[in-house]
Write a protein that binds this ligand. Structure first.
Ligand code: 9WN
Length: 445
């Protein structure tokens, strides 16, 4: 099956939903990895592969390990895991910005494959651990042992090269690194990026030929995205002196929560592969403490990104600010306030949810129900939040979120994202992580 055709309204039968999810993943499988979408994203994406591996582990475990192995084959010498690994057999120009734009071959320590120079949230150690929990075969243990040093190097890169603020957290150098590209969380730091509005005349976007332009980031967003890439590319993606020369430096709550979660997962993996879990546990504790110290705002009860160019927290209340709940050692006070915010009218979490979890505060004036990460509901955010609710003793809310996630796919299919009021499917109709994470929640009632 090639996944280009929109999926129709589906079914509430779990067996049918599971079959739809497996068909979606099968349709997106590409020899050693899974594309997020055949049309919009025809290469391999970093955090997509992690979520997708979690799904494969339920149905074709060997593919979970191949997915992670192929991604980590493209790891850079400094430990960074690139956010896109380009498939050389895909037509040049099928995605913008493509391999020529990134020119990774010119950078020191880049792999043989063409990649981007950016990263995405490090959810891979968690994915590897969850895949192993489902598949404890000897082959799985060997795959986990091969991945372990690479996962450790990924964390080392973040801690050693990206702690520009010096407070024990990693910063992102581009909104794409957060995975939530056009979140209102980035509006203030992005506004400070000087850009010539005519810049995009020199390029052709491809996303807007496959998706409605009104649902995607704007041309001005793209002009800034390209300007920030140009700044980093000019340094050959080196991280020295970022504070002096790079226009976008922000500590993101989701990326850092993922980094802390990765250390928790690595502690478990270490115990399986004969390494010492202790340092991982210590680093997990230190990251949680740094998150609370640097990104928690007791007046909003939420976590907020810190803009390192101004030193200030970004005031927008987005779903990013809920994500540190995934850390099991988050202090009870912070966990309680995040849960209270999640249950407020802003995010509408409840044991019986009336509407799906939005990606942005639905009471905010800049909430946009159709535009990508500025309002629509995404399954990966719901999945991450659900883990946090379980870790912090709220199975009732976790169950509400699970039902809501299943309900979205039952209504609309494996879409990329969903209308936060109606649940209508938006973006790609056959999206990898939606299918994969649905398989995970279906298996885990
Ligand atoms: C840029 C692949 C990726 C996801 C991101 C999502 C989107 C890319 C784009 O698609 O970003 O990396 O072209 O818009 O925002 O989270 O990993 O699914």
């Amino acid at each position: 099956m090639r996944n280009d055709a929109p999926a129709g309204p589906v079914t509430a039968d779990p067996a049918d939903l599971r079959a739809l999810a497996v068909a979606t993943l099968d349709g997106n499988w590409e020899h050693d990895h899974t594309v997020p979408s055949r049309t919009l994203y025809p290469h391999q994406w970093s955090w997509d592969s992690a979520f997708i591996a979690i799904g494969w582990a339920h149905v074709r475990p060997a593919r979970a390990w191949r997915e992670l192995a192929s991604l980590f084959r493209a790891q850079w010498a400094d430990g960074r895991v690139p956010h896109i690994v380009f498939n050389p057999s895909v037509r040049v120009g099928a995605y913008f910005p493509g391999p020529d734009h990134w020119a990774s071959a010119l950078a020191e320590g880049a792999p043989a494959a063409a990649t981007s120079g950016l990263i995405q949230p490090p959810v891979h150690a968690l994915a590897a651990w969850l895949a192993y929990r489902r598949d404890r075969s000897e082959a799985a243990r060997a795959a986990l042992a091969r991945l372990y040093p690479r996962l450790v190097a990924q964390q080392r890169y973040l801690a050693a090269r990206r702690d520009v603020g010096g407070g024990g957290l990693a910063c992102i150098v581009h909104p794409w690194e957060s995975g939530l590209d056009n979140s209102p969380a980035w509006d203030a730091p992005m506004a400070a990026v000087r850009v010539d509005a005519a810049l995009m005349r020199a390029y052709r976007r491809h996303d807007t030929t496959h998706a409605d332009a009104a649902h995607r980031p704007t041309d001005l967003d793209y002009a800034r995205y390209i300007a920030i890439v140009a700044s980093y590319r000019a340094l050959r993606y080196r991280d020295d002196d970022l504070a002096d020369r790079h226009p976008f430096l922000v500590e993101c709550p989701l990326l850092n929560a993922a980094m802390g979660g990765a250390e928790q997962a690595l502690a478990r993996i270490a115990a399986v592969v004969g390494a010492d879990p202790g340092p991982h546990r210590d680093r997990a504790t230190a990251i949680t403490e740094a998150l609370v110290r640097r990104l928690y705002d007791p007046t909003t009860g939420l976590f907020h990104p810190r803009d390192l160019r101004t030193g200030r927290l970004v005031p927008a209340r987005t779903a990013l600010g809920l994500m540190p709940l995934g850390l099991p050692d988050l202090p009870a006070r912070a966990a309680a306030s995040v849960i209270a915010e999640a249950c407020s009218a802003r995010f509408g979490l409840a044991p019986r949810m009336e509407r799906p979890l939005p990606s942005h505060d639905r009471t905010a004036p800049d909430f946009e129900p159709l535009r990508y990460w500025r309002g629509p509901s995404w399954l990966n955010l719901a999945w991450l939040l659900r883990r946090g609710l379980r870790a912090h003793g709220r199975p009732d809310l976790a169950a509400g979120l699970r039902r809501s996630m299943i309900g979205l796919v039952a209504r609309s299919g494996c879409h990329e994202y969903f209308h936060p009021d109606t649940g209508a499917g938006l973006g790609s109709p056959a999206f990898g992580w939606t299918a994969a994470l649905l398989l995970d929640v279906l298996a885990d009632g």
